[in-house]
Design a protein around this ligand. Sequence first.
Ligand code: PLP
Length: 400
Amino acid sequence: MTYLDHAATTPVLPEVVAAVSEAMSQTGNASSLHSSGRAARRRVEESRESIAEALGARPSEVLFTSGGTESDNLAVAGIFRARRSADPARRRIIAAALEHHAVLDVVDFLVASEGALVTWLEVDDFGRVHADTLAAAIAENPADVAVVTVMWANNEVGTVNPIRELAAVAKGYDIPFHTDAVQALGQLPLDFGLSGADALTVTGHKVGGPTGNGLLLLRRDVAAVPLMLGGGQERGVRSGTLDVAGIVGLAVAVQDAVDHRAERAVALAGLRDDLVAAVTALVPDVVLSGDPGQSLVDGAPSRLPGNAHLRFPGCEGDSLLMLLDANGIECSTGSACTAGVARPSHVLLAMGLDEQTARGALRFSFGHTSTPVDVLAVAEVIPAVVDRARRAALAGSRRR
Ligand SMILES: Cc1ncc(COP(=O)(O)O)c(C=O)c1O
C-alpha cells in the first residue's frame, strides 16, 4: 500500500518499538519506593527531561497524558474551571472555529453543561486566525475571558497560525493561552518557551511514537482542575499510574521528530509540491485548499510541509477515497463521518466554502516513511479515479 495519511497516524519508528519493548520487560510502578519502582521513576524522569529539552520546556512543565484528545480536554476544561472558580465572572472561552473536535467538543460541552460562553474566532480564506481578530474578541470584555485556545497548525488543510503573535495578545491581558500542536511537532520548529503559550498539546502517534501516549506542557503558574481524580500523579493534575514503557517510547519519538525536523520538512515539502504539480497536470480543475505555502508565519513555513489538501470539483470525497484505496493508495477525506453519514468538513465551511464545494476533498499527508514513489503511485491512478468518481456523482444526482 502507498500510505499517505500521516496526519491521521504514522508508522511506529523501529527505535520506538525497541525502546518500548525493552521498557515493557521491566516491572515497576514509578510511584513505588522500592528498587524496581525507583528504576521505573528514573526512566520516566529521564524521558521527561529529554522531552522538555527537545521542546523548549522545563521538565516540571511536562505532564504525561493518554494523547492529544486528553491533553486538549485537560487544557481547555481544566484551565476554564480553575479560572472560573478563582473569579466567577470569567466564563468565556475564545477558540478558533476550525479546531480539532478534541477542542470543539469540550467547548460545546462546557457551554451546554457549565454555563460557559464562547467566542469562535473567524479565520481567513486560508484558515488562519489573525492576531487582530483575537485582540478584538478579547477587547469585547477582557474580564470575562477564562482561556484562549488556537491550534498551531490545522490537521485538515495544514494552515499554520501565528502562535507567537496570538499568545502575545492573550498575555497582554494575562489570559492563559493554549495551543494544540499535535500536527506541528516534527514539521515546524516548536519551542514552548519561545512560543509564549501557557499550555501546549502534543501526541506521540503523529511522529512515529506509540498511540495512547501524549503530553500537555503546562506552565507552573497556570492552574488546571484535573479531569481525573486518584493517586495525584503529574503535579496532581493527571492521576493514574504512569505508562513507563509508553513514555519511554514517546521520548524517543519526540527526540527523533525534533532531530530530523529541518531536513524532513524540506523533503516533505518537496514531495507535497511534486504531488500537487503532478495531480494538477493530470486533473487541471483540481484546487489546493489552504495556504499556498510560499510565505512564513512566525519565521516558519505558512503551511505544514507534509500536507496537500485537494478539492476535486464534481466528485464526492468518500468515493475518491474508496477508489484510491482499491488502487492501493491510502489517504483521507479530512471530513468527519459520523454514524456513516458523510458531512462536509467544519474546517472547510469555516474557511467560507459552501457544502457542495467542500465535498470532493482529499487530504494526502506525507511523513517519515514517504518517498517519491508515493507521488508516482498517485499520479498513475488519479485520472481514472477522478473520472470514475465524477461519473458516479453524476449518476447519483440524476437518480435524486
Ligand atoms: C490537531 C489534532 N488535535 C488532537 C488530535 C487528537 O490526538 P489523539 O489521537 O492523540 O487523541 C488530533 C488527531 O487526529 C489532531 O490532529
